[in-house]
Ligand binder design. Structure first.
Ligand code: GNR
Ligand code: NI
Length: 166
């Protein structure tokens, strides 16, 4: 197990579009484990490989209270979507900031699990929000792309200033 460094906005590497995973190798399984450990420690409810500077289509999620329901999704794809829900979103790559974002309230998603087996899930509310947020990371998008330019630039300025102080 290993803890991974999380890239922070406005790091341009977060804008990389991740590539599909062709083979679910032991290395990919190790990456998923390391991402889960990194996510739990942060703490967060989701993490995309893009955030740890690995530009392959892998996300991990755990929205359970007990933090005992890890979900690994490789090459996730939304195949159905409906409704809308607005909620305050945060991001481990935009630490300390929360802004309202509108998402589909209900989605169906296909993916491969850590053994390379395909599965399909229906997700609603927080799980649906989290999957859409993580999928955006794989496409180089961040929740701050959906807020006003003024707010985004303020967040950018403050995060850069904080980074300098560290
Ligand atoms: O930990 C996280 N919380 C969260 C809250 C509302 C909407 C989305 C998220 S995902 C975030 C972790 C993260 O940055 N994943 O990419
Ligand atoms: Ni995020």
């Amino acid at each position: 197990m290993a803890l991974l460094d999380i890239l922070e906005f406005p790091d341009s590497r977060l804008r990389t579009v991740a590539k599909p995973i062709k083979n679910v190798t032991p290395k990919i399984r190790q990456l998923a484990d390391d991402m889960l450990q990194t996510m739990y420690l942060a703490p967060g409810i989701g993490l995309a490989a893009s955030q740890v500077n690995v530009h392959q289509r892998l996300i991990v999620i755990d929205i359970s209270e007990e933090k005992n329901q890890p979900l690994v999704m490789i090459n996730p794809q939304i195949i159905q979507q409906e409704g809308s829900i607005e909620s305050d979103e945060g991001c481990l790559s935009v630490p300390g900031y929360y802004e309202p974002v509108s998402r589909y309230s209900s989605i169906r998603v296909t993916a491969l699990d850590q053994n390379g087996n395909p599965f399909e899930i229906e997700a609603e509310e927080l799980l649906a929000i989290c999957i859409q947020h993580e999928l955006d990371h794989l496409d180089g998008k961040l929740f701050v792309d959906f807020i006003s330019k003024t707010k985004r630039q303020l967040i950018r300025k403050k995060l850069l200033k904080r980074k300098k102080q560290n």
